[in-house]
Design a protein around this ligand. Sequence first.
Ligand SMILES: C[S@@+](CC[C@H](N)C(=O)[O-])C[C@H]1O[C@@H](n2cnc3c(N)ncnc32)[C@H](O)[C@@H]1O
Length: 302
Amino acid sequence: MGSLHQPVLVDEVVAQLAPREGAGSIIVDGTVGGGGHTLALAHRIGAGGRLIGLDRDPAMLRLAESAIQASRPPAQVTLVQAAYREMRRVLDELRIDRVHGVLLDLGLSSDQLAWEDRGFSFSTDGPLDMRFDPDGSGPTAADLVNRLREDELAQLFFDFGEERFSRRIARRIVEGRQSESIRTTAQLAGLVRRSVPGRARHGSIDPATRVFQALRIAVNDELGQLDAVLRAIPDMLVPGGRAAVISFHSLEDRRVKWAFKTNPNLTVLTKKPVTATAHEVAVNPRARGAKLRVVERCPNLS
Ligand SMILES: C[S@@+](CC[C@H](N)C(=O)[O-])C[C@H]1O[C@@H](n2cnc3c(N)ncnc32)[C@H](O)[C@@H]1O
């Protein structure tokens, strides 16, 4: 079965990265997912070009692999299971020094959200896991929810979810886990919904949204991953090479904007982030919050 995920801002990414076509052109997609952007770029760079695709999730790489088999792009595509903060090591292992373009499309794919056994969704019941790499050794969301102190949970929901009822929710979780540990997404979502005031419970956004986002960010150290790759990207680019990052919430976008703006070796090509057209949002509501920022490594730097 193919990917459910509809990639966002595909034409904009290809236009902004403006990859050189043909022999020797190398692009790294640090978040392959179902392969939507990977394929668009692999078709653009054409024969003789090379696309290196990374993802932490082996199930996403399997989906991308079948999309590539079906679409047969002319460029050579190499998929590697790795976190994007490992990008430098992956390139070293492939004996690649510099690349012409890097793409990151942050967050999770619609496929991961739909797989109940991965625990990303509060709309279905499943084990409270949320690791992008389910074979990895890191803590699951259930580990955090059952082990962190009340003040640590409250801080996490506030920092990574910008959740204004963070203290009430943390208190309710700590009370709830005294009778039985919290193991499923439905258990956690129920506790969160019962801990916020009625007006928040009946609003347009499910009260569990921000808590689930915060846990996912913490479980996968998403901001640490992002900071590390943003530091590493400039030195991986050839002079004139470009990097593009799509982010979906302000915690990420602020970091991308700052890292790009403060690096003297980079020129920001998007003074304002590129966003989706009304048409794209109408056909793909996920595109609504997407922000694309692009930089170029100064052409006269070696
Ligand atoms: C929004 S999806 C990418 C969708 C993709 N651009 C497409 O066209 O289908 C984000 C992907 O990044 C992966 N991911 C998240 N954090 C990662 C990390 N630190 N390193 C590598 N992959 C990561 C997720 O597993 C997910 O497949």
